[in-house]
Design a protein around this ligand. Sequence first.
Ligand SMILES: CC(C)(COP(=O)(O)OP(=O)(O)OC[C@H]1O[C@@H](n2cnc3c(N)ncnc32)[C@H](O)[C@@H]1OP(=O)(O)O)[C@@H](O)C(=O)NCCC(=O)NCCS
Length: 318
Amino acid sequence: MPPRAKIIGIGASLPSNIVHNTQLDPALETSHEWIMERTGIEQRHIASEGEFTSHLAIAAGREAIASAGVEASSVDLIIVATTTPDDTMPATATKVQHALGTSGAAFDMNAACSGFVFAMTTANSFILSGAAKRVLVIGAETYSRIMDWSDRSTCVLFGDGAGAVLLEAAEGERGILSAQIFTDGQHAPQLNTSGGVSSTKTAGFLTMAGKEVFRHAVSKMPEAVEKTLASAGLTVADVDWLVPHQANQRILAGVGHRLGIDAAKVISTVAKHANTSAASIPLALYEGVHDGRIKKGDIIACPALGAGFTWGCVVIKW
Ligand SMILES: CC(C)(COP(=O)(O)OP(=O)(O)OC[C@H]1O[C@@H](n2cnc3c(N)ncnc32)[C@H](O)[C@@H]1OP(=O)(O)O)[C@@H](O)C(=O)NCCC(=O)NCCS
């Protein structure tokens, strides 16, 4: 039997600076009640001055390797999923590689909020093909840096953080059972930044047609879950935990509802972390593992949708 990409370690890192809804700038003319009712978000972690995506990625990656109890030098690939790299070049992954002392290669991947699912799908292919044996997948973001802090319709929704998993080629049933990714670039205008290096020479600020994104999220994510489960020979009834990209509690509830998955089986960290883009799924997995909900052998479906649109799902036997 070919090896599977088994998760042998997990790590997380959040900036220590927490901003509660009640601490947001009064000039935004928003309220804790509005944000809670429409999104379920109570607070977000915001990187301090001088705290970069790489710092969060390194801390999460280091914990993932330590929790697996392996040498960093045995890791032969790092993929950092991020839309908010420290610099345009080199890739943030190269800083992580240097700090952790891993071998082989390291690169970044940009699939916005679907970044973790795209990176896991890529890591899975490297492992299944035999091209890598241990792959560190990190979702790391500082979206606070691409917020227009005068736009209440976006800035209240996002936060900073990083989550990481260490995958290893292993025999047996546990690991990634199936992973599928999709892209439809016609939706780029609905969720993007107002600029970029080549177009405006600056990163720009995030802009979003919230209702449109919402509509697509609650239809594409369930569809991706069903397709990915089917390709693993499973159905929704086999799912122990749904761990979707954490954008909005109403989206999480909508995805669970469409799939007929009980709300108690949907792991949500959106209240505490807000939307941390590529970091949100590994941060939620981390919480589920550390509070004892996720147990060895559980079937977990992790769908995401992000700018592009990009979307997909990874199904894991923990
Ligand atoms: C952004 C989102 C929360 C807005 O919720 P909504 O119910 O669609 O609200 P609307 O955009 O229709 O705005 C309703 C009103 O609230 C106002 N509003 C928007 N943000 C507000 C805020 N933070 N505080 C107070 N009022 C706000 C709007 O100006 C609008 O006012 P108007 O009716 O006078 O024009 C919701 O669309 C959403 O979650 N979309 C998906 C976003 C997401 O997570 N994307 C990332 C996926 S990767």
